[in-house]
Design a protein around this ligand. Structure first.
Ligand SMILES: [Zn+2]
Length: 458
């Protein structure tokens, strides 16, 4: 991925963005620097990362002196030629602000933590829900700890323990047990004296990095209480390792379509999980479209195949036009086979460039084509195109688990274990760099949590 694949927020535009509205709730003067965000997918080009880091450090240097630093991280950036991009980034920030400046970070629970990250931070707060519905609350936890530390002069620190388990988000959703119960324990630990904020991290499996692991991370002020929290949480995650299951009914694609053929309720929502862009998938595969057409299904919506040439052809042809389209396999030609079919252009979004979307009909199948990789996980993603996903017989999405909007209408939800760069069948992935032993590739080994304190701990 290159720099232009990221949404970039700078200065006042950053503070004015809804994603950072939560900062306004604190009695602090925030000096905005810069924030980059993208739909995940593939390695970040090294020069893009180095450019991001250099700009951030320059803006941070210009903001000095500061009383504290808040970092809004995801945590699973995979940069060409690096094994721990966040460790490098946060360590550089620490070197610039110096050892006295408190630093607090918020993370996605699918981020990868390392000793370098722990050793550079003072406070850490991760999401406690997947699907993520506590993003603002997590940022507020991180900022709240930072503002309180500045006001009181106390200096929290971190402790953590790796858990040699690496599973996909679809098997660790907090809507389902055992993750629901494990994450439900965290608030209880927050309330223990000496513990400020307790976290469990799932990690990110598909980057295949040595640092990739689940872990427990605790912010606090008392070593004893923190060690108990870390040890208990890490041990509980380990004990549950064999119980993590996919939430929806999960099967191979053809088996899912067999179920769809018999299904009397609607809409059946089918996740094309191996090509899910929210997990880093390419989102250009037409394999499920081909399978649906081969079955002659009617009343199906297939959402969101990224195909810039097909979208351009639809805009050139105009609404109502009929044309022969090649759909799919434009970004990752080795990953799937395009569908070539006669299509009618039903609708074109009023947008330019990468924001263009075309709706086409092929027989009884409606296909949403996008100029760029993007998820279709909210109902508004469909209604903006004049489509009500609740009205179809079957909705095919390039997602894993469903966000609450689509989960609410799914009747039922199925997840197809399709192939792709975010293949959900983890044991069949050819990992080379993950630190072993690690479950689920290795199953016959013992584990006792080793609690490690930050190098900054007193
Ligand atoms: Zn996540």
């Amino acid at each position: 991925m290159r720099a232009e694949d990221f949404r970039q927020l700078r200065g006042e535009a950053l503070l004015a963005h809804p994603e950072f509205a939560v900062l306004g709730g604190f009695a602090a003067e925030w000096v905005p620097t810069v924030h980059w965000r993208s739909v995940p997918g593939g390695p970040v080009a090294r020069e893009a990362y180095e450019g991001f880091k250099a700009e951030f450090l320059a803006r941070l240097a210009a903001a000095l002196p500061i009383d504290g630093l808040y970092l809004a991280m995801h945590g699973a950036a995979f940069v060409e030629g690096m094994n721990d991009a966040e460790g490098d980034f946060i360590a550089a920030a620490r070197a610039l602000v110096g050892p006295e400046c408190p630093i607090s970070a918020s993370y996605d629970l699918h981020g990868n933590v390392s000793q370098a990250v722990i050793d550079a931070l003072d406070m850490f707060a991760g999401y406690r829900t997947a699907p993520h519905i506590d993003v603002d609350e997590t940022k507020a936890r991180a900022c709240g700890m930072l503002v309180a530390a500045i006001a009181s002069g106390t200096r929290p620190f971190l402790a953590w323990a790796r858990v040699p388990v690496l599973l996909p988000g679809e098997r660790t959703s907090t809507v389902e047990e055992p993750a629901k119960g494990l994450y439900g324990r965290l608030a209880g630990w927050d309330a223990v004296a000496g513990v400020s904020d307790a976290n469990l991290m799932v990690g990110y499996v598909w980057a295949d990095e040595p640092r990739g692991t689940a872990c427990a991370v605790v912010t606090g002020t008392e070593r004893g209480a923190m060690a108990r929290a870390v040890g208990e949480l890490a041990g509980a995650y380990w004990e549950a390792r064999g119980d993590f299951r996919f939430g929806p009914v999960t099967a191979g694609l053809e088996e899912c379509l067999d179920i769809a053929a018999r299904c009397a309720t609607r809409p059946l929502v089918l996740s094309d999980s191996g090509d899910n862009p929210t997990a880093g998938g390419v989102a250009d595969s037409a394999a499920v479209l081909a399978a649906v057409l081969a079955r002659g299904f009617e009343g199906v919506i297939v959402a969101g195949i990224a195909d810039l040439p097909a979208v351009a052809a639809c805009y050139a042809a105009g609404v109502g036009a009929r044309l022969t389209l090649s759909i799919g396999a434009t970004l990752h030609p080795a990953g799937s086979v395009p569908v070539v079919a006669a299509a009618e252009v039903v609708d074109l979004a009023e947008a330019e460039g990468a924001e263009r979307q075309a709706v086409v009909r092929i027989g009884g199948v409606t296909v949403i084509l996008a100029a760029r990789r993007r998820p279709y996980y909210n109902r508004s993603d469909y209604t903006e195109l004049g489509i009500d996903p609740a009205e179809c017989r079957m909705l095919v999405v390039k997602l894993g688990y469903l966000m609450p909007d689509l989960a609410a209408i799914a009747n039922p939800a199925l997840m197809a274990l399709t192939t792709g760069v975010v293949d959900q069948d983890i044991p069949r992935l050819p990992v080379r760099h993950v630190t072993r032993p690690c479950f689920p590739w290795d199953t016959d080994f013992a584990y006792v949590p080793e609690v490690i304190f930050s190098a900054r701990a007193p």
